[in-house]
Design a protein around this ligand. Structure first.
Ligand SMILES: [Zn+2]
Length: 333
């Protein structure tokens, strides 16, 4: 019996030894893997942007104005505007686009001059910005540092680069998802810029923002329309109480829609009804109206999901930019 016990203890001992060795080995593999995926940091450098060295950033919540070096400011823009898990070439394209947008605003558009600022941190007005501290706090702890390094790298690797058309910084508009095809600026805001034409992108359907559905009851429709138009009237017994009147010939976005006694623009409908874009179709049910929407945002310029998709297909940041902005040059400013 004693011998058997000894044997069992011996077997258990061997088993534990092997397990310990395995665990040690596995964790070593994991830690080696983590080291391999550690991003090498692209160092930050000062760059001579001439008269645009620093950005006076208006914090819309507090009204404070913060002065930041241009590229440091862009860390906060890229990290607020694009998911850090997007491809590096997409993030680099976003960095170049955001830098161009910023310099354009500083050179031409002084909408925050009265507040003593060049640009604000609201995506509804200028472009989004988030502080490093707030950004890091919203990421999972174990990947936060890696993600921030990736954002910094995308900006540092494109230092000095901006997009020009006829030697001037372009209006570098961008949006989340074009729904498969972007729209010309002429069809959205009326300004015709030859570098903001309609282009198709394959692969945007793989992102959550590609498709959405909004259901609004007839009662809600009345409330929403009356908030905007006091004299709004509608008769649901009549034929065509809601009807798309006109679409753009380029990307099938709604130009004009009739609702009751009002004919409004697609942009107005988007804002009144809370739709993600003006690229939508309507279906009417007994008590409800369904809006089937493609894409997210105004649809002009670079699509962020599209640029990630193009990067996955092998395009670099400059090729992505040339896809979305026609006949432009990317230069070191
Ligand atoms: Zn603004």
């Amino acid at each position: 019996m004693k011998k058997i016990k000894k044997f069992i203890v011996y077997i258990i001992f061997i088993y534990l030894f092997v397990r310990l060795f395995q665990i040690g080995f596995t964790s070593k593999i994991i830690s080696t893997f983590a080291e391999d995926t550690q991003l090498e940091k692209v160092p930050y450098q000062e760059f001579d942007y001439g008269q645009f060295q620093t950005v006076k950033l208006l914090h819309t919540e507090t009204g404070e104005v913060e002065v930041l070096p241009l590229d440091i400011y862009l860390y906060g823009v890229v990290s607020a505007e694009m998911p850090a898990n997007f491809e590096m070439e997409a993030l680099k394209a976003q960095a170049i686009v955001a830098r161009t947008y910023t310099i354009y605003q500083m050179a031409n558009n002084h909408k925050h001059q009265e507040q003593g600022a060049d640009i604000c941190d609201s995506p509804l007005c200028c472009q989004a910005w988030i502080s490093k501290e707030n950004r890091i706090a919203r990421w999972e702890k174990e990947e936060a540092e890696q993600k921030w390094t990736k954002i910094e790298n995308s900006v540092n690797a494109t230092i000095g680069k901006i997009i020009l058309y006829e030697n001037q910084p372009i209006k570098a508009f961008f949006h989340s998802n074009s729904g498969g095809i972007t729209e010309s600026s002429l069809n959205v805001w009326g300004g015709d810029y030859s570098y903001l034409q309609s282009v198709q992108t394959v692969g945007e359907e793989n992102y959550d923002s590609y498709e959405s559905e909004v259901k609004i009851s007839k009662d809600e429709l009345i409330v929403k329309m009356k908030e905007k138009f006091e004299d709004f009237e509608i008769n649901f017994e009549q034929e065509d109480w809601i009807k798309i009147v006109e679409k753009t010939d380029t990307s099938s976005r709604v130009n004009k829609i009739q609702i009751g006694n009002k004919v409004i623009t697609g942009n107005e409908a988007r804002s009144i009804l809370g739709l993600k874009s003006t690229k939508f179709e309507i279906k009417v049910d007994k008590d409800d109206i369904y809006f089937y929407v493609l894409g997210y945002g105004h649809g002009v310029g670079m699509s962020q999901c599209g640029s990630d998709s193009l990067a996955k297909q092998g395009m670099n940041c400059e090729e992505i930019i040339h896809h979305y902005y026609q006949n432009v040059e990317i230069v070191s400013y």
